[in-house]
Design a protein around this ligand. Structure first.
Ligand SMILES: Cc1cc2nc3c(=O)[nH]c(=O)nc-3n(C[C@H](O)[C@H](O)[C@H](O)COP(=O)(O)OP(=O)(O)OC[C@H]3O[C@@H](n4cnc5c(N)ncnc54)[C@H](O)[C@@H]3O)c2cc1C
Length: 426
């Protein structure tokens, strides 16, 4: 057993304890244990990605938290332009000035049909991770409540008065820690039956010809070979000659870099008639997003809360996480403000967890029918309604209408296969 596992076993033994004193001791500073020697804060945010930074933003935007002493830690605070976060509900976005581009017109291609629509209720937004990081860090650097430390985080443990974060630069103590860097261990209670990966590689390309319509994004293009699981491309044009083109798969096995690149080259040639020498790659991004039905524990150990991907907020059937992260951060900040219990990270209601499980089952076991389902969803319902559904804002009557537009039998099969989860609380 290595040191990391040892720390986890310590954390696990604390899991069952009540959370009621967590917020009540948020501002207490009477340390009686060995945390006396560590540097102390009211609150530590471990990890400055989407989750850590949006939480920080919400906390420092609150007038009620003028005395809060916050430590933000990450390996590096240098903004990286390595992620493009797209979403359609901007209700919790810290600043609309962060939006890099948006589209009102969306297109889905599936079963040799081009389904195009102008959004009425929503807009499809995109934020560059570098803009988001820079804007929030600039504000944090000028806020006397915030201390920034660049260091490697090695683990966490609970203490009598809060929790300790262990790093390459020493130990730091706080009454409460929010962490987005360590994956909570899988326990019998949190195991998953279906564990897919959404893996992708994208190139931002610049062409000499005017090829793209900057007002219309290709949300999903399934009209590509579907040989190893559900596969699609998306195209986000930023101008008439600049677009992000991303190759995405939902399955269990990652590809080599060359395999993703070969498919990107093939797609750009097929869709836009461009050979490899007719465009310039100006930026690359890749990633793996978990698509699993496991429940993530709200806490890694007592007083250490999981947020972001590590908090399990990713929507299992789509991989979208950004708006859920923003919403969760806002809810946490409100709870801290009010001294009420920190909201659990489980973002979906039972009903939507069941839908996610059904769709996940089909994505894993029947990619062909999954593509037909995506086609029918968008073709027969319209984009706004489906985006509203994916945002989990529809009511049961609307959901029944949506389900009546897709083939029933695969869903009945998935309910049957997942009944042990569905009928035990999902
Ligand atoms: C390329 C990419 C594109 C995505 N696009 C979308 C999208 O369009 N829409 C959407 O809804 N979701 C998207 N997602 C999913 C999700 O929104 C993102 O993964 C999001 O960044 C998750 O936020 P997070 O804070 O949990 O993790 P991260 O943003 O990854 O932040 C984690 C932070 O922890 C730090 N860290 C890690 N380990 C350590 C350590 N040991 N010590 C110190 N610091 C450490 C990292 O440096 C990082 O800053 C995307 C994911 C990826 C990878």
């Amino acid at each position: 057993m290595n040191g990391y596992e040892l720390r986890y076993s310590f954390c696990k033994s604390e899991h069952a304890k009540s959370i009621s004193r967590i917020t009540s001791n948020l501002f207490s500073s009477n340390m009686t244990d060995k945390s006396q020697t560590a540097e102390k804060f009211d609150l530590i945010i471990a990890g400055a990605g989407a989750a850590g930074l949006s939480l920080l933003w919400n906390l420092i935007s609150s007038d009620k938290l003028s005395n809060l002493n916050i430590l933000l830690t990450d390996l590096s605070f240098t903004p990286k332009n390595d992620k493009t976060w797209c979403f359609w509900d901007d209700a919790n976005l810290p600043e609309t000035g962060m939006i890099h581009h948006s589209w009102k017109d969306l297109e889905v291609r599936a079963m040799n049909r081009e389904i195009r629509e102008q959004l009425q209720r929503y807009e499809y937004f995109c934020v560059k991770s570098s803009d988001f990081t820079e804007m929030i860090l600039n504000r944090a650097k000028n806020d006397p409540r915030v201390t920034l430390i660049e260091t490697k985080i090695n683990g966490f443990r609970s203490t009598d008065q809060g929790a300790m974060m262990e790093t390459d630069s020493g130990d730091f103590h706080a009454n409460t820690i929010f962490q987005s860097v360590l994956k909570p261990p899988v326990t019998p209670h949190t195991r998953s039956d279906i564990s897919l990966k959404q893996h992708f590689m994208g190139w931002e390309i610049e062409t000499s010809k005017s090829l793209f319509d900057p007002k219309r994004a290709i949300f999903m293009d399934f009209d590509v070979p579907q040989n190893s699981g559900v596969t699609f491309f998306y195209v986000l044009p930023f101008s008439i000659n600049r677009a992000l083109i991303e190759y995405t798969m939902f399955n269990e096995v990652l590809l080599t870099a060359e395999e993703y690149e070969t498919e990107l080259i093939r797609y750009i040639e097929l869709r836009y008639g461009l050979d490899k020498n007719s465009y310039r790659i100006t930026r690359r991004e890749d990633g793996v997003i978990p698509m699993e039905d496991r429940r993530y524990p709200a806490r890694l150990c007592q007083n250490v809360y999981n947020i972001g991907t590590m908090g399990g907020v990713t929507k299992p059937s789509s991989g979208y996480a950004f708006t859920r992260i923003l919403k969760h951060s806002k809810e946490i900040a409100i709870a801290v403000e009010n001294g009420s219990p920190i909201p659990e990270s489980l973002a979906s209601s039972y009903r939507f967890r069941v839908y996610d499980m059904m769709l996940l089952y089909l994505l894993k076991h029947d990619p062909a029918i999954s593509v037909q389902i995506f086609h029918d969803l968008f073709y027969k319902n319209g984009f706004d309604r489906i985006l509203h559904f994916l945002e989990e804002k529809t009511h049961f009557g609307q959901e029944l209408k949506i389900f009546s537009s897709v083939p029933y039998s695969p869903f009945f099969k998935s309910i049957w296969k997942m009944k042990h989860r569905i009928f035990s609380g999902a």
